[in-house]
Design a protein around this ligand. Structure first.
Ligand code: UDX
Length: 429
């Protein structure tokens, strides 16, 4: 059993802390936001993540998780301190390190003088940040410490499962003692552990997300090529995936990638290397394509409906993907805004994300069920891959809609079940 302090109780920090607590460690969760701390203390995580609420309540009850606004005591007693604060994008795309600096100062003031705590950066930070920003801030305390970078690869919607059963662990360390301590902490993990230096670990996180975002962008482009060539994306990609060098996942074309990671991380990487004098053409193109990818769904809708003025359009799925209430960079936002700009009325539905979406597009009408969204609609765009949407069939659309025009922006509906529906998908002729 170790004593672990986790600074930042956002999706990454809370899930990480709860996972360590579930594994038997004693965890202190620290956050500057009093409302967040109160909510977690009462067993109510401030965001939706499958299984998290029950797990939080369990580890609060058995005393393995405590949460606090003042982290000084927890940090002074900790063996490991994880920094899990947000690193949002500035308007110019560059990473904002303000929360990281604040967290580093808090950690520095709490470090004990007689032993070296291992301080681990889990936040996604531009390569070099840990050495050039964090290290000097901690050194200013005059106390001993060790440094590591241990990026998270948590998928929202499966984050707790990913934290408890990782498929790989990357440990960027400042020396063998740190590596030894972290290998002990992760002794139960049944997955490959890669040991490297701090800067490389930071870069691995960006490279992974940049690759996956590029893969999605490639699928989106291939879908357009297939449409232009008059062939089915499904048939083409089925053949492509037979090549053992092509991993079949992350090749679903749609309205573009959103979320807290892909857009922000690719932008931060582009901005960081551009500032160093290199403009990466491929990643710049990936971002440009993603900015306008939602327009493909609009174009298909307009091919069926013509002018959108006065039309009622159901938008199914407001979160950036299914199984989450997260609307950060959700493609539902530009889609809803574009529909409204073109004179349509937008009726949105999401199983979890309604409250988060409402302030982003206040002009959209939000309703409490799929049926209500479809009622009297002239068209429907499916934007997020919620499992409950994937079972919808022709009957659901034909019963409620005025004109059954459906654009599947995530390719989760079964075309064979759409008889009688004017059904369109990105990448199909
Ligand atoms: C991602 C990474 O997968 C995770 O490892 C990292 O730590 C955080 O960022 P997440 O943001 O939760 O996770 O979502 P993910 O499932 O990766 O999807 C990102 C976006 O790409 C979503 O908008 C999704 O709809 C879209 N996507 C994904 C596609 O459009 N097509 C695909 O084939 C896959």
């Amino acid at each position: 059993m170790s004593r672990i302090a986790v600074v930042g109780l956002g999706p990454v920090g809370l899930v990480t802390g709860v996972a360590f607590a579930e594994e038997g460690h004693k965890v202190a969760g620290i956050d500057v936001d009093a409302r967040r701390v109160d909510a977690v203390r009462q067993g109510r995580p401030p965001f939706f993540e499958e299984g998290l609420r029950d797990a939080v309540q369990r580890v609060l009850e058995n005393g393995r998780l405590a949460v606090t606004q003042d982290g000084s005591e927890a940090i002074s007693e900790a063996d490991f301190v994880f920094l899990c604060v947000g690193t949002p994008a500035r308007p110019n795309g560059r990473m904002d390190d303000v929360y990281l600096r604040q967290a580093a100062e808090e950690v520095a003031s709490g470090l004990p003088s007689h032993r070296a705590v291992v301080v681990i950066v889990k936040s996604t930070v531009v390569p070099g940040t840990t050495e050039t920003i964090l290290k000097p801030l901690l050194e200013a305390s005059g106390r001993p410490f060790r440094l590591a970078v241990n990026p998270e690869f948590l998928r929202e919607g499966h984050a707790l499962e990913d934290a408890l059963h990782p498929d790989r662990i990357v440990l960027g360390v400042d020396g063998p003692e740190t590596a030894k301590a972290l290998r002990w902490l992760y002794a139960n993990a049944a997955c490959p552990i890669l040991e490297t230096d701090l800067r490389t670990a930071e870069a691995i996180k960006y490279a992974t997300n940049a690759f996956l975002a590029t893969k999605v962008a490639f699928a989106n482009e291939l879908a357009d090529l297939c449409s232009a060539l008059g062939v089915s994306y499904d048939d083409v990609i089925e053949g492509v995936k037979l090549d053992p060098r092509v991993n079949p996942r992350f090749l679903v074309p749609g309205v573009g990638f959103g979320g807290s990671c892909f857009p922000k991380d690719v932008k931060a990487l582009v901005a960081a290397v551009s500032a160093a004098g290199y403009a990466p053409p491929l990643l710049e193109a990936v971002l440009r394509q993603n900015e306008v990818q939602h327009e493909r769904a609009l174009a298909l809708l307009k091919e069926e409906l013509g002018d959108l003025r006065g039309k009622r359009v159901a938008l199914l799925g407001l979160a950036f993907k299914g199984n989450t209430d997260d609307v950060r960079e959700s493609r539902a936002v530009p889609l809803a805004r574009a529909l409204l700009e073109q004179g349509a009325a937008v009726v949105g539905y999401d199983p979890r994300a309604e409250a988060n979406f409402r302030p982003l597009v206040p002009e959209a009408e939000l309703v409490a069920s799929v049926e209500e969204a479809l009622q009297g609609a002239d068209g429907c765009i499916l934007q997020a891959d919620w499992p409950q949407f994937s079972v919808l069939g022709a009957e659901d659309f034909l019963t409620h809609m005025k004109t059954p025009v459906v654009v599947d922006g995530r390719r989760i509906l079964d075309p064979d079940k759409m008889r009688g529906v004017r059904f369109r998908r990105i990448g199909s002729p």
